[in-house]
Design a protein around this ligand. Structure first.
Ligand code: FE2
Length: 370
């Protein structure tokens, strides 16, 4: 079997980590400015008419190992229906692999819908083999095999000089990417990642708590064995109020990526900078912090800056973690960004659901969607 030559022998597919996230947006030029100035990304590459691409423009942004590609169509083509249906939204969760061809053939054999056959893309910086399959909604996964490529992000991008507009905040890498699917579809998509990708259910300490009545969602996490790729899948559930997942599905017109969680080593410094630079975060009721240390036990950080910045803390059997959620990063209440710092904990912060959902419900109510 070919798979035995791969370095990640325990996995069905030789996947390393998320390569990049491509977001289709209405005005990539302006979105790029927002992600550079507010989130601290550097513009590393550009493609568009000036580089010989006629039908779209893309801006490649990078901070640490996090890569976002922002793409806007210029001509009537396949991207425009996506944009009018979903608004600005994640199109592609691209995954780095050592064998794109094998990933494509194996996943398609196991039932994935093919989108783009394996092909080599190249420029003066080298070659990359790519192949694409569909996942939930109109989201796709591109398998990215960087054969000998050392340019900015992907072949075709013209490298940019050091970015004078970037204001880095210490973002390191993608921790997890969450998909929202429709009522009673979670299990089907969890099974998709198990059967087609060979992922496992990522069992965490907080799986069976009582947060559903507050959260109005069901969530199951799938991951590869290295845990570098973690995809929680959410579906709406009946709760005390209208599910936030239901709100997402109706404004997004179907399933899609709900949030991208990015890890930092120093969340207090990261969030202080992001707030200064204009990123809006969910407000957390002050009462959350009153008995916090009784709930989560001792932590290394001073409580005061965490309270001031509205950073949440949760603990599992392996340690604790600090996290915070932005408000939606576009006008529709759809995609948002999570910033997370892990101090041993491997879970996703279910202990924070109650506080979080009081805050989310307040926002839903302001939008008239509760
Ligand atoms: Fe998350």
């Amino acid at each position: 079997m070919q798979v035995e030559t791969h370095e990640l022998k325990q996995d069905l597919l030789p996947l390393r980590a998320v390569s990049h996230v491509e977001i289709y947006c209405g005005n990539a030029k302006q979105s790029a400015y927002y992600y550079r100035q507010a989130f601290g990304f550097s513009l590393v590459g550009y493609l568009g008419p000036e580089t010989g691409v006629r039908d779209r423009v893309s801006y490649a942004l990078q901070q640490g190992k996090v890569r976002f590609i922002l793409t806007t169509p210029l001509l009537e083509d396949g991207i425009i229906p996506f944009l009018s249906k979903h608004g600005d939204s994640v199109r592609d969760i691209a995954i780095e692999t050592t064998d794109a061809e094998y990933c494509f053939r194996t996943t398609v054999e196991r039932g994935a819908q093919p989108v783009r056959e394996p092909q080599i893309v190249e420029d003066t910086f080298g070659k990359v083999k790519i192949a694409t399959i569909a996942t939930y909604g109109d989201t796709v996964h591109t398998f990215v095999e960087r054969i000998d490529y050392d340019g900015p992000c992907m072949p075709g991008f013209q490298p940019m000089p050091e970015d004078p507009l970037a204001r880095p905040v210490g973002l390191k890498h993608i921790d997890h990417i969450v998909g929202n699917v429709d009522w009673n579809q979670m299990e089907e998509w969890v099974q998709f990642y198990i059967d087609v990708f060979g992922f496992s259910r990522f069992v965490t300490f907080d799986d069976n708590d009582i947060s559903t009545e507050y959260s109005a969602l069901h969530s199951t996490v799938v991951s590869n064995s290295s845990k570098w790729i973690k995809f929680p899948i959410n579906e709406p559930a009946k709760g005390l109020k209208k599910s936030q997942i239901e709100e997402y599905i109706s404004f997004h017109n179907g399933p899609g990526v709900q949030h991208v969680a990015i890890e930092t080593d120093d969340i207090i410094s990261t969030i202080s900078k992001m707030r200064e630079q204009g990123v809006e975060f969910l407000d957390i009721p002050d009462s959350y912090y009153t008995d916090l240390l009784d709930r989560v036990g001792p932590i290394d950080e001073d409580l005061e800056p965490l309270r001031k910045l509205n950073i949440l803390i949760d603990r599992d059997d392996k340690g604790y973690m600090l996290q915070i959620f932005t408000k939606p990063v576009e006008d529709r209440p759809t995609l948002f960004i999570e910033i997370i710092q892990r101090k041993g904990a491997e879970s996703f912060g279910k202990g924070n659901f109650k506080a979080l959902f009081i805050s989310i419900e307040r926002e839903q109510e302001r939008r008239g969607n509760l």
